[in-house]
Design a protein around this ligand. Sequence first.
Ligand SMILES: [Zn+2]
Length: 670
Amino acid sequence: MESKSTTGPIANELGASQSGELPGADTSAVAPVVPTREALVRLRPIGLVNARVESDFWAERLRTNLERTIPHGASMLEACGNLTNFELAAGAEGRYHGAEGDGGNPAPFLDSDVYKWLEAVGWTLAQEERSELRPLAERMIGLAARAQRPDGYLDTFYQVAKPGDEFSDMEWGHELYVAGHLIQAAVAWKRGLGDERLLQIAERFVERIEAELGPGRREAICGHPEFEMALVELYRTTGERRYLELARTLVDRRGHGLLGSCRYGARFWQDHQTVRSAPEPAGHAVRQMYLDAGVVDVAVETGDRELLDAALRRWEAMQFSFTYLTGGLGVHHQDEAFGAPFELPPDRAYTETCAAIGGAMLSWRLLLATGEERFADMIERQAYNAILAALGPDGSSFFYSNPLMQRSTIPEVLHGIATTRRIAWPRIACCPPNLMRLISSLPDFAVTADSAGLQIHQFMSGTFSATIGPGAVSFSSRTEYPWDGVVDIEIETSIDEAWTLSMRVPSWCAKAVATFADGRLSGEGRDRIEIRRRWKQGDRLRLELDMSPRITSPDPRIDAVRGCVALERGPLVYAVEDADMPSGASVESLELADSPNVRIEAREAGESGEMVRLSFDGRLRSEAENPWPYRKFGPAMTRPSEPIRVRTLPYFAWGNRPGRGMRVWIPTQA
Ligand SMILES: [Zn+2]
């Protein structure tokens, strides 16, 4: 199979005319994903410097990330020994800190948490100078430089705990995964700050990896994808095509049994079928998302339509039957894996934070490649629900696993990865720094550009600018989203010819209308509203999205929640907590009334920050006291129940008050 991946030059088989090449396309955007001019993409990122998010829902979270989460991360990386490992690799005396303690082997991937932190800081400093972050970052960059061996190798686990065993455990060793995170941090510092120190370290390590595993060398792949997408970004940053060649080689090596079958089968690490043939997502959810992100990157840079179609096919299968209402991905606790189609139990939902983050990273790449708003819809669902729920309002507590139901009587669990409340730092700490880097780069997801104009995908308050063909254009937007569906847009800079402003109409939105300031209707639409005109400075436009509450029912094939409904409004999924139930009652006895009369409550400030709650009419069921919780099948038994008015809260804000019980899916009496 090596021949498939290495024969023939890498060329854009579709040709530049179909590649979406844009006159004046900005390939110097300060962003995690910046396709080259030749790439097969329809949209371009405008980058973090051109997306200034101010005073809104996300601005608050960016601030919390900057002021609390990132500093907290630095102190935890210090306290947990991640930084000490670099000191040891640089020559200090001591033993590798491997997150042992649960009786397992030392974790080999702790360096990656340092790199994710550095990536988050790189994107953050690109947006705003924060002198207090500089010394911490300098220390970490200095440590990486000192720890790197003269031959370029850099992985403190192998240098300190397993010297001589480099590249011997491709299944579990995570060496290329760690290298991938180093590259992504390096790209952030290069693009965001023009600082090439990490880039030099990363390129030296990649050279060492190429000598071992590159095209024509030993045929091996890493058990945890990540390196592939990072290599493509390294190619995009440096122009060195051999990085793209290595990424394509690794992508095409997968699925040929090089990793063999682990205790969870070859599906676990997506080695059961080739990336070109696998029809649906399988195995470890984070691995599948990171792999497909790399697959899309390789596909668009090499013009490989077959590869792009394969990733699209898996994404569609994922959306259709493997995704929780919250956008959470990966059901199984045992192997952190996708289950069978429609196997989506709410209380046993694993939904690792990193899987939803990986899902957003994949959808972003597909949005750039295709221009289709369904990918922005998924990013929105994941960002506001599965991802945001993982971060406490204090900015320094985290969920690793994000279930859609927690039983009121569950014993408190504060260790491991399925904790009953957010904790300061999980022993395996992949998720917290992943949150940091995602949030710090979130403004980049809001707006893209193409030769025709600008596209608004996520609604944020701020100023957004880009160069389109003949010149620079910019607009400001003001919104109370997600609490309100009004987005006010004002053109700040324009050019002397017509261009198109496009606005996503979310798939959940029944009606969207855009009107000019003088009241003239300018558009209505389903997926997007596009307005092409000769925009002038000061032109104003109001987009109004229907934010009526929605009662959502699941596909009956999702057996675990059959007969239940969930409440949604705008991009938010809602939940009920014990704290909002009558004294002594739990969410487990809650049912929806026949006429639930769902209402939007007044906006309020609470333990979890500002929010708009929904309320509905429910019933509190009196539980049967039978000794056996099953009965003869027959007409539905009417049990006594008491009508109650129930207040819900956004799912992302659950888990901040006393009481354990929480549920998204509410049983109906049917
Ligand atoms: Zn994680």
